[in-house]
Write a protein that binds this ligand. Structure first.
Ligand code: GLU
Length: 366
């Protein structure tokens, strides 16, 4: 078994664990998983759950004798989502928080920022965020479509260092273990090549949307962004004992670089700069010497028509100093520049928090 360390993980839980009979929610497989989450949190780690199973959990309540139509599946999801959340809450003393997203929400910069801020706030308040696709509003092309890829997007938004996909298979095999007795589990994958995709052929679950292919896609997205990815069998309680010891009993896809490096590269090189925020010497020192966030009091000028979520450069005395994601639109910043954070609400009538660019979203330019 390979070892791994982590600090913030997205734990993706498949329908086969939530609703093993494909009709109702069940607690059958969740106790060891819940204990893993509780003990990890007690050890100071942060966990976000991506839970499938709303459709499977609601299926038993929408009686039909033909293949379900889209509206019928959406009705199942609406009923099942509620059951699924209630089922999760039974295992935790901390509040479980429901987050439902569609592909569109992840594409829209402002909504993306809102999802990110909400997750940050929930973790700060020690709630357990539980994410699923908003199946009742999204169909086909509006969907991420499967929760493996949704798990990857969630790990990216949440700036997690690890994605753990809990399914009903032990991990990635050299061949389909149901058809080939000589198939062996691959403990570590350092590079996701076309050969690895070719292995994704069969092994999957009949219940959820995803199979091995979507798991490899998710691992591919994550490992490129510095997020290590695990596939483990969530039906086996011993798996969680191993995970608690920092051992991966399934397949570990190692990250190609640290998540911080990947993030800095993304911020510095991939994101187009949409505007400039001029800051004073005090803010410059706070950012460069103390790694602080930018507050409105340090802002002296704004140029460009950026919106919340856009990348901006921070300039001091005409020199580009840092690049980061703005949490306010340029037009709002023009009103709150130079002001104390506690005045933001008074001036704008609302606030997204006290910082203009959060330290997590900031890189110093060379
Ligand atoms: N969002 C779907 C559900 O809750 C699951 C999709 C998936 O399992 O990949 O039923």
């Amino acid at each position: 078994m390979s070892n791994f360390t982590w600090q913030r993980a997205v734990v993706k839980v498949g329908s086969a664990l939530i609703a093993p009979d494909g009709l109702h929610v069940s607690a059958k497989y969740l106790l060891p998983l819940a204990r893993f989450i509780t003990e990890s949190r007690a050890a100071g780690k942060e966990v976000i759950v991506v839970s499938s199973g709303s459709i499977a959990a609601g299926r038993g309540r929408v009686t039909i004798n033909h293949p379900a139509s889209i509206a019928e599946k959406q009705a199942m999801a609406a009923i099942g989502q509620m059951q699924m959340m209630a089922n999760w809450q039974r295992f935790f003393d901390c509040p479980c928080a429901q987050i439902l997203v569609t592909a569109d929400d992840l594409r829209d910069r402002t909504r993306y920022v809102n999802i990110k801020n909400t997750l940050r706030e929930l973790l700060k308040h020690e709630a357990l965020p539980i994410v699923n696709e908003n199946d009742t509003v999204a169909v086909a092309e509006l969907k991420v479509g499967d929760n493996d890829n949704l798990g990857a997007y969630t790990a990216l938004v949440a700036q997690a260092d690890t994605l753990i996909m809990c399914s009903d298979i032990d991990g990635l095999y050299t061949a389909d273990p149901r058809k080939d007795a000589s198939a062996t589990l691959i403990p570590v994958v350092d590079s996701i090549t076309p050969d690895i995709y070719a292995l994704a052929g069969g092994a999957g679950t009949s219940m959820g949307t995803g199979g091995m292919r979507t798991k490899i896609e998710a691992a591919d997205k994550c490992t490129h962004s510095g997020i290590q990815t695990l596939i483990v069998n969530g039906r086996d309680g011993k798996v969680f004992d191993a995970l608690l010891k920092g051992q991966c009993p399934g397949t570990l896809f190692t990250a190609r670089q640290s998540s911080q490096t990947a993030r800095s590269l993304w911020l510095t090189h991939t994101l187009k700069t949409r505007g400039v925020i001029d800051i004073d010497a005090g803010a410059r020192r706070a950012i460069t010497d103390r790694g602080a966030s930018l507050l409105p009091s340090g802002v002296t000028g704004i140029s460009g028509k950026f919106v919340a979520g856009d990348a901006v450069e921070l300039h001091c005395d005409g020199k580009a100093l840092a690049k980061g994601l703005a949490l306010y639109d340029a037009k709002d910043l023009a009103q709150i520049k130079g002001q104390k954070s506690n005045q933001i609400r008074h001036i704008l009538g609302y606030d997204y928090g006290e910082v203009i660019v959060h330290r997590d979203d900031l890189v110093l330019l060379p």
